[in-house]
Design a protein around this ligand. Structure first.
Ligand code: ADE
Length: 223
């Protein structure tokens, strides 16, 4: 899979891909992530990418020209399955959406900024708008990192069997059950006996019950 992220702040986005699971996925060649500086596609001498809003109003709008130039340059090289725009107006990201995106080959993610992008970009280039939650971020970079992380960890070979994404919260429509590690007792607080029993059938049953209990308590809407 290839993810091309268009941003005015490539440096802000570098770190999430340089550590842990994402770093290993990229090093193994399971995924390629390119951070593309939108300013490189600006046609004016100041490398501007934003301008005042037609009709007046506070805040700047991302201009159509650099974005169109950038997306078209990428599309000349390959076909993209989706051109995603990160925006609080988009569809809320959930596990189902990440699962579906993880099956794609080439994605563009355009990070929004300022007061948003010229509407004509949305009309003519964007195929999907994604929000990571009902709150407003200063820019789309953190959203792009969240979207990419949730997709890349699902690619075959990225996680080992032990850490399989199939065990994640949400994959079976439930939150994950509680987990414990050593010591078996700390300040009198004990790990549930069943987890120390070695009876894997009972352990699976316990985990499933706890997952249902936790989902019922915290996110009943998921059930
Ligand atoms: N840009 C600003 N806020 C955002 C959000 N909640 N999700 C995605 N992109 C955003």
């Amino acid at each position: 899979m290839r993810i091309d992220i268009i941003t005015v702040l490539p440096e802000l986005l570098r770190s999430p891909f340089e550590h842990s699971i994402l770093k290993r996925a990229i090093a193994k060649g399971l995924c390629e992530v390119n951070l593309i500086n939108l300013r490189d596609y600006s046609t004016d001498k100041h490398k501007s990418v934003d301008d005042y809003m037609y009709g007046g109003g506070a805040g700047m709008v991302m201009m159509i020209e650099p974005i169109a130039n950038c997306i078209e340059a990428l599309q000349k090289e390959r076909t993209y399955d989706e051109v995603i725009y990160t925006s609080p107006d988009g569809e809320l990201l959930d596990q189902k959406a990440s699962n579906s995106l993880s099956l794609k080959k080439n994605l563009i993610i355009l990070c929004g900024h300022y007061k948003g992008i010229d509407e004509r970009i949305r009309q003519h280039f964007i195929t999907k708008e994604i929000s990571i939650g009902d709150y407003v971020l200063s820019g789309g970079e953190l959203a792009a990192a969240v979207i990419s992380d949730s997709i890349i960890r699902l690619l075959p070979g990225v996680l080992s069997d032990e850490t399989s994404a199939l065990e994640d919260s949400f994959q079976d429509g439930l939150l994950a059950p509680p987990v414990f590690t050593r010591p078996a007792e700390f300040r009198g607080w004990k790990v549930p006996d069943v987890l120390l029993s070695g009876n894997f059938k009972e352990i699976d049953k316990w985990r499933h019950e706890k997952a249902i209990e936790r989902t019922q308590e915290r996110r009943p809407g998921l059930l």
